[in-house]
Design a protein around this ligand. Sequence first.
Ligand code: 26Q
Length: 811
Amino acid sequence: MRLNYTSRQISDLIEGKLMRYFAREPHNATMHQYYKATCSVIRDIMSELWLENHDIVNSHQEKQVYYLSMEFLPGTSLRNNLFNLHLEDVMSRSLANFGKKLEDLYAIDPDAGLGNGGLGRLASCYLDSIASQGMAGHGMSICYEYGIFKQAIENCNQVEKADDWQDLGEAWLLEKEDESENVQFGGSLEEYWENGKLRINHKNYHTVIAIPNDYYITGYDSKVVNTLRLYRATSPVSIDMELFAQGKYLKAMEEKHMAEIISKILYPEDAHQEGKMLRLTQQYFFTSAGIQTIVKRHMRTFKDLKTFPDKVAIHINDTHPALAIPELMRILIDDHRLEWEDAWDIVTRTVSYTNHTVMPEALEKWAESIIREIQPRIYSIIAEINRRLTLELTIKYPYDQDMIRKNAIIYDGQVRMANLCAAAAHTVNGVSALHSEIIKKDIFDGFNKETPSKFTNVTNGIAYRRWLCQANPRLSELIEDLIGPEFKKDATNLEKLMKFKEDENVLTQLHQIKRDNKIKLADKIWQTNAIKVDPDSIFDVQVKRIHEYKRQLLNLFHIIYIYDRIKTEPDFDIEPRTFIFAGKAAAGYQAAKEIIRFACHLANKINSDPEARDRIKIVFLENYSVSLAELIMPAADISEQISLAGKEASGTGNMKLMINGALTIGTYDGANIEINQQVGDENMFLFGMREDEVQKLRDSHSYSPYDHMVNDKHIYRIMKQLSCEIDGQCFNAIANLITNGSGGPADQYFVLADFKSYMEAQKRVQETWKDRKRWTQMSLTNIAKSGIFSADRSVGEYAQRIWGIESINGK
Ligand code: 26Q
């Protein structure tokens, strides 16, 4: 699909915007004004496409999916939209008419950081693929005023700075005030009889208004434009004039203030749930608004709720939007007067759910009292779902108390959101083959016995047109020269690259492109960290949130080991390496913050040691984000995916690095296993315990990190240095976590147990690097075999097996 705009036309449109919005002539407009004018022109184009597409969807009455998620991480939009609409060239020329460069606009396009990490980025990758494949599907979330904090590293400590993204990011949003919804909080319930039926009246509640801000989602070469609907909270009363008249000015504005807090900020925790009332309030706020809109839209077109599950799929991204389930029940029963059984039938045929974690501390549980306080009617519906579920189980398994203990939604005064989702969803999926098996035997053991057919796997995928074509244009061009442009629509075509495995010329070009990308990253490192790194060294990359289970410590301990060998054995054989780290720690996660401090001090120590610094370097890049990732992925030689087996649900950074030609050093965990199936043992570096071995070791209660320390001289020396030998700093808290557990189990993520195996895998990395041809062939193989990790494949599976939606392209 090509749009027919000339560069003159686009220039005229931009000029018009500059005049009308800013009263500026092109020659005296600022770069920010150009940016806003350009975004606005593109937004208009997308609006036109959206309107067209809206008509098609309505006239064909196609089924649509709504993807509910507390988080989306779109990153930047300008380049992506131009790329998708094939407008990059024409826009470049239009701006050149004013003497401006498109690249300079890209540089100021802010990241929309409305998510923490993997889960939010996955949601954005999926919206891209849904539109690219011509399907009707929309995201729904919160329009956080402040997204994920900006991370600064000051004196080796993480400092959180506010992310005021809307200053410029607002250019992409379209407020639709007329489609606002009222969300009711608090209050009490009153029962009454109506035509012989018991009805519920919810009274004395207070109302918060949810104002939609739509963010257009374009697809590659697709006429479909979908929306990500982000709700902003406000109050129906701006000032309480009664209180104002009494001179209570602050109090008079309290209600508005309290309402607006709801969409103020994204919670920065991503694997730890704390029972904070505001978090649950956020969850009910956007799910209620979203579900109200979905039902209204359906009624407007179809005028009948019976067809609802045939026309609408609602997807719950992790348990965070789980209140969508009782909310839909509430609307069907209280507002549309359906019987419980009919409402439940509709809900259970409409809702599907993805689980993203098995970490017990991340599984959402809320005190019954909190849910009751936030919305008593929602609480009463959850209690009724639970009553019916446990009654059914008691009848079916009269002697199996375990079944109820495991499956109950309400247990011990707590509401378990994962069980609510498993009870209501027609399909429950994990995000990699291993993870989908683990959830069946672990958290959903009971449900799996009861309804095994509900459970399935959809391995994650990435928006590879962003991560390869846009982030690594030179590699993308080379691929296009070699195999033609079809790979941009169907990533499995990348496999055709295999026939160039022996082509010296291609291998040389591949190496050269990687080297140039490394020079670009080296420039960035020089600008931000004032560290000079060698583009001919191995760029060894571990970029992801900082978590104990992801085991950045394993990597850091190994670096100390190498350093130690360099210091004690002057001719120790080491290929020059640059260890690159990036990632945010949740603001309240002390151990993760210590790991950052440790990495930075270790970097100071090594980078300033003349005996070591020309052989190894460490860089911690601050503020890991989608745009920083776009710079790092194309420049990586080694991809560190070293989580404890069984803990990383899937990982998606592993896929982004793979498609950019990095080789994986990884454990048998998450999607690493599927990467291994694609490339074989000979094209990656696997190490460490398997999931069943971890389980066995844990169950045996015989694991002793202390023994590893005293029996292995290298480990001993590493642990010793943690006490005050790193850049004059002490890391006793880290040493304690490993050796005695600081209250919990010692070394609960088995860092020391996997150390030796990791060290050996790292030796294999180094030996392989010495043979450049072999390395580049492995790199090519990784690119060629990465097609399966396209989000198009994942979304295709969801569409076919879970949502039941189809493409409208060509209709
Ligand atoms: C829950 C309750 C209260 C506060 C915060 C949370 C919360 C927020 C975010 C819990 C978890 C998250 C995010 C989880 C996440 O990003 N999981 C990752 O999902 C990716 C996409 O499926 C996987 O690839 C990763 O393996 C998984 O860790």
